[in-house]
Design a protein around this ligand. Structure first.
Ligand code: NAD
Length: 322
């Protein structure tokens, strides 16, 4: 039976990945600084460890009777735009330490295959409609936030270890990912969950606040598509970074209106100042398409799946207060 270590398994994408690996027949150890809130028993074994400590990375990677066949590194300081702009030092310090220790130890302990979760945040700000950027066009680099710089650095760490130790490294640059069992409140939530929450909290005919003027262009990848892409990439021969994203571009206002449509409520949007991030990012998916991957879940369908879950969390929280 193949054995996989999934770092960040207390978080959103990694926990969905754990479930995918279980369906594929793996024995899985999850590791995170905190347990997963909704699916704490998804992995065969879960270790609660702070991966900023080298000794804890070693513990996570240590397996009786051998090494892991595959290591998936998704642990990071992560959140939406508000978080990314307010937690620059945590991102540059904590995520970099996790990646330095995990990559170094995985290579030295002889792990044959290592996956690193990067982000399309490594690309520069773009104008809507600008030609799509390919992976190699990230350099010369100009990410608009420190989160992107840390990812770019950690990609290079992983590739350096691949060259030195021969560990097969696979790197995905994720686009905005959304779905149930992710952060939906508290400051780390990303735009789709935040919009669903705002709509779920407001009465029919009410007003929700949206940061910026609502024209920024985004694309969103549903989590089942993302984990299918990760799995396919990990078992492919594609070296270097690979974008994974749904090729549907929408404005932030269109995202809010999709959540409203799914809820059946009429809402007004009030634009307020806030950390918006880039105006647009248009990037090519040709490399992941070459493996036969295509996004299956587009925004309407994805929000139809996410909204009821967020609404349920809102209802539970409100009934807990009363
Ligand atoms: P998440 O916050 O839900 O998961 C990250 C997990 O890392 C969390 O559970 C957190 O507790 C854990 N972690 C943080 N510090 C740790 C530490 N010191 N020790 C152990 N665990 C620690 O985020 P996510 O959305 O699931 O993202 C997973 C990965 O994908 C991250 O690397 C993120 O940067 C990347 N990514 C995500 C998106 C997205 O849209 N969600 C987009 C691009 C890239």
């Amino acid at each position: 039976m193949r054995k996989a270590l999934v770092c960040g398994a207390g978080g959103f994408i990694a926990c969905h990945l754990v479930k995918k690996l279980k369906r594929e027949g793996y024995w899985v150890r999850g590791v995170d600084i905190k347990p997963h809130e909704w699916s704490p028993d998804a992995a065969d074994e879960f270790q609660q460890l702070d991966l900023r400590e080298e000794a804890n990375c070693r513990k996570a990677l240590t397996l009786d009777g051998g090494t892991f066949d595959e290591v998936y590194q998704l642990a990071a300081e992560m959140g939406g735009m508000g978080f990314i702009h307010s937690a620059e030092t945590e991102i540059m310090h904590d995520s970099a330490l996790i990646n330095i220790y995990m990559t170094d130890l995985a290579a030295r302990l002889g792990v044959p295959r290592y996956f690193f979760s990067s982000s399309v945040c490594i690309y520069r700000d773009m104008r809507p409609g600008e030609p799509e950027m390919k992976e190699e066009e990230a350099i010369p680099a100009h990410p608009d936030n420190e989160y992107g710089w840390e990812k770019l650095y950690s990609e290079r760490v992983a590739m350096a270890y691949e060259r030195r130790y021969g560990m097969q490294v696979r790197i995905a640059r994720f686009q905005n990912c959304y779905g149930p069992e992710g952060a939906w409140t508290g400051g780390r939530e990303k735009a789709p969950a935040a919009m669903c929450r705002k709509v779920a909290e407001v009465r029919d005919g009410g007003t929700i606040e949206v940061w910026g003027d609502g024209t920024a262009i985004r694309s969103f990848t549903y989590v089942s598509d993302m984990v299918d892409g990760i799995y396919l990439l990990m078992h492919s021969d594609l070296k270097g970074a690979v974008n994974i994203g749904c090729p549907q571009y929408v404005t932030v206002d269109e995202l809010a209106n999709t959540a409203a449509k799914v809820s059946g409520k009429r809402i007004e949007i009030k634009h307020v100042s806030g950390p918006v991030g880039v105006q647009s990012r248009n990037f090519a998916n040709d490399r992941i398409y070459s493996l036969g991957w295509k996004a299956k879940v587009y925004l309407d369908e994805g929000i139809k799946r996410l909204y009821p879950w967020v609404e349920e969390q809102v209802r539970r929280t409100e009934s807990g207060k009363s």
